[in-house]
Design a protein around this ligand. Structure first.
Ligand SMILES: [Zn+2]
Length: 324
């Protein structure tokens, strides 16, 4: 849409309509999980807000052209200042001062907060007054994974725009666009669960499929009864420790698929290209065992997030699974 990657067309068209009728809100929260294109949507809405023409964004004026290339001085990305991890009161004070300077070449001035979770509480408090009564040409867009992470007082001054995961059709069109003829498209659509940038990550990573194949053969070893296998898997994990979170995540999805097969929800499985093999494995196990394995894999993910040694975590997993 207008050269921006937009996955929520209706939602954004509504916002653009408001801009065209000269009644946009002055503060928005764009809420949704990472990878849904909230920032790209914010850039398009900002371009429309900034464009001085009748049908914004016209795509031709100075404001639109510089908005597209990310150089419009009136569209400000609010990120922590260098050397800081969060946005604190001094930065907000500077921003407020800047907000009272009129736009340079646009109709409005737009501040896009890239991540709500890093605005400190005192900084949010410092923002309240300008959120309540901004100069008439100023609009704020705050991007959040969860709007609840913001103070009530901030939330109540903003219009909440919720970005949901997108449908398979939108995902399919997007994959066709970024990777025409992608071989594993059906798998990618299921794996990415409505998050377009997750799909992009997979199709643009040439290592993903080889890793997945390798990961699947290691997953099968988890069910081997030979005691030595646990240590082999430990070695494999240690050798691939940079990819370990992806490997364990894939194991989780394989186990989840086996559980779905057992519970007769076959149409929901993600790894459809491994369906035959997964059926075979699920057929010789009962539901309880698969559920146990799935839980143990999730435990392992938790341990890894707490920096337990990779080898130790995987050996433990293989041993408890083997002993079931
Ligand atoms: Zn324009």
């Amino acid at each position: 849409m207008y050269g921006y990657d937009i996955f929520h067309e209706k939602l954004i068209l509504n916002l653009l309509e408001n801009v065209r009728h000269q009644n946009p809100a002055q503060a928005y929260i764009f809420e949704g999980e990472i990878g849904l294109g909230r920032y790209e949507a914010a850039r398009l809405v900002a371009a429309a807000l900034a464009c001085p023409e009748d049908m914004p964004p016209c795509g031709r004026c100075n404001s639109c052209v510089s908005a597209k290339s990310g150089t419009n001085p009136d569209i400000v990305d609010v990120l922590p200042q260098s050397g800081h991890k969060s946005i604190g009161v001094p930065q907000v004070r500077e921003l407020i001062k800047d907000a009272y300077t009129k736009p340079f070449l646009s109709r409005r001035k737009i501040y896009i907060f890239r991540d709500a979770s890093i605005i400190t509480e005192p900084a949010q408090n410092a923002l309240l007054k300008i959120l309540e009564e901004p100069p008439e040409y100023v609009v704020f867009i705050i991007i959040a994974q969860n709007a609840q992470s913001l103070l009530n007082t901030v939330r109540s001054r903003c219009v909440l725009v919720r970005f949901a995961p997108v449908c398979d059709e939108v995902m399919s069109r997007y994959i066709d666009k970024i990777c025409p003829g992608a071989k594993n498209k059906d798998f990618v659509i299921r794996y990415a669960r409505g998050v377009p940038y997750t799909a992009r990550k997979i199709v643009s990573d040439e290592n993903f499929e080889p890793i997945r194949q390798d990961t699947f053969s290691q997953f099968c070893k988890l069910f081997s009864e030979k005691p030595l296998t646990a240590f082999e898997l430990g070695d494999y994990a240690a050798e691939n420790k940079d990819n370990i979170s992806r490997i364990v995540e894939l194991w989780r999805e394989f186990a989840r698929d086996m559980l779905l097969i057992c519970t007769d929800a076959k149409d929901m499985i993600i790894n459809i290209d491994y369906a035959d093999k997964l059926y075979e494995m699920a057929a010789v196990m009962d539901e309880k065992k698969i559920l146990f394995i799935l839980k143990q894999i999730m435990n392992t993910e938790l341990m890894l997030s707490r920096y337990v040694s990779v080898r130790a975590a995987i050996v433990r997993l293989a041993l408890v699974v083997g002993e079931y």
